[in-house]
Write a protein that binds this ligand. Structure first.
Ligand code: ATP
Length: 238
């Protein structure tokens, strides 16, 4: 079986600075795969490249066996890759419902769209309760929920989440992680970038530790969670 996403020797640079220095990993359908690592390791750069927002200087990205290298970002969404970016990027003056509908901009099946709006409200009831309010009135955690709900509106085959727990209270973070687990249980394939290694590894099938542009360690979520070097470097243990 070929993987849903295959990344091989991917290299990405900002001018002369190589931010991603030849990484390889894959994501199978139905899996949650996480990239963890400290600030500046290259995690966000990797996701932005998979979305087509940055062009690689080397390597291969294959989605369902087809190369994404020459495909523009808007086409990549239509192939089934959705990206919920770091910092959320919701539209604060538009209503919550309008923000969700933006995620469905490539779709024409209005009955299916309405069903998926309802699915987002089932997943995150607060969004339904406040559907007619400006999105800017939501708290940080609620905006994160909206960004995830919006990404799901494109019915992605692969959902990429960039630091969904960033800046959230512990309770809100737990809620977001529980939702990711629920999405996984529903069969959604997820590539999760997180600085909160503990939470990410606890729900991931596979994980990769990134350090300054390279993958330095890979394993199942459980193996990495119990790995001594990971515990020391990323889980704050002595
Ligand atoms: P963070 O969690 O802080 O976002 P990250 O692992 O996602 O970290 P990246 O944001 O991908 O890391 O950054 C990787 C490297 O690329 C860093 O050294 C960063 O300074 C550099 N970098 C990121 N964006 C740019 C840019 N627009 N121009 C130049 N260098 C950049």
């Amino acid at each position: 079986m070929t993987a849903l996403l295959e990344v091989e020797d991917l290299r990405v640079a900002y001018g002369k600075i190589e931010a991603v220095k030849g990484i390889s990993f894959s994501v199978d359908a139905g899996e949650v795969v996480t990239l963890i690592g400290t600030n500046g390791a290259g995690k966000t750069t990797t996701l932005r490249t998979l979305s087509g927002l940055l062009k690689p200087v080397g390597g291969q990205i294959k989605f369902e066996g087809k190369s994404l290298r020459k495909i523009p970002a808007h086409k990549i969404v239509s192939l089934g890759l959705a990206h919920s970016p770091e910092g959320r990027h919701i539209f604060p003056r538009m209503t919550i419902e309008e923000n969700l509908l933006l995620g469905a901009f490539l779709r024409k099946d209005s009955a299916g769209i309405a069903k998926d709006v309802q699915r987002a409200y089932d997943l995150f009831p607060i969004l339904g309760e406040r559907r007619k309010q400006a999105a800017g009135t939501l708290s940080g955690g609620e905006q994160q929920m909206l960004a995830m709900g919006r990404a799901l509106m494109s019915q992605p085959k692969l959902l990429m989440l960039d630091e969904p727990s960033m800046g959230l209270s512990p309770i809100m973070m737990q809620k977001i992680m529980a939702t990711i687990a629920e999405l996984k249980a529903q069969g959604t394939t997820i590539l999760l970038v997180e600085q909160n290694a503990q939470a990410a590894l606890a729900l991931a099938d596979h994980g990769h530790v990134m350090e300054i542009g390279k993958i330095v360690l890979s394993g199942t979520g459980q193996n990495l969670l119990h790995d001594e070097s990971v515990r020391k470097a990323y889980l704050g243990e002595d």
